[in-house]
Ligand binder design. Sequence first.
Ligand code: NAP
Length: 286
Amino acid sequence: MQKFGFIGLGIMGSAMAANLVRAGFEVAVWNRSPGKAVELVALGAKRLETPQAVVESCQVTFAMLADPAAAEAVCFGKYGVLDAVGHGKGYVDMSTVDAATSRKIAAAITAKGGRFLEAPVSGSRKPAEEGTLVILTAGDRSLYDEALPGLERMGKKVLFLGEVGNGANMKLVVNMVMGGMMAAFCEGLALGTKQGLTTADILDVLDAGAMANPMFRLKGGAVTRGDFSVAFPLKHMQKDLRLAIALGDQAGQPLFTTAAANEAFKRAKALGFGEEDFSAVLKAIT
Ligand code: NAP
């Protein structure tokens, strides 16, 4: 059975790594806060002391980190991925970052004789637990082939999109749409309830028409109960909007709606809701 490494055991990474262990792969893990590895070790994973040690222990290492700063720290930092990555070893970064960060990491890894694949994911905590993510890979095709048995345990659909940067850009486009939808949805709920309409009726009407979608259904039910328990942290949604807006700047593409949504998420973060679910943007709107 193949051996894999997994770096970054947050909400998503811990669930994804657990699926690899359950599938019977030998999995070596590292997380900045070591406590998050405890459950995985009980499941059969091996905790190592550094990202370098994880990459040294296997041919293909996955990473699932918070943001560009975290992805760079793990790659370029002391005892980082780069310290071990030569000789055809593969590094698959599944974090949501901008294309420039992904290309920077790819260049450093390939310069040392390693192979790089970016593989950001669509889907949240539950799809991560159930192994039903949509995985947007781009980069080294031979590494894609080698990582596929692992990727197929984490996702229900694995796309190969060509050059490094295409996966990152696709992910930002998707999340930009999702952030805009969530902000508009929360404004609709806020305005409607101020007019005396009930949340239940608004959700019912939205669900009956062409705008019906699983996100409104799922998050609508939760916010009605005042449940903002985290699946996708609000601070990460704001990071994705910020990165999409920067991409819009580079491309000369106006993003009117995204810029407005970003302000709502920034405000929610400033109010202290960054660690809650991204649906907590409602609390900054009402
Ligand atoms: P999370 O729970 O906040 O986990 C973030 C991970 O990054 C943790 O392992 C954290 O380590 C690590 N990290 C942060 N800064 C670091 C640093 N400087 N050095 C080393 N490690 C660092 O986030 P998540 O929800 O799992 O999301 C992970 C990535 O997937 C993000 O890019 C997010 O945008 C993306 N994503 C999330 C979802 C979702 O629904 N949650 C869905 C799709 C994509 P510690 O444990 O030590 O803090």
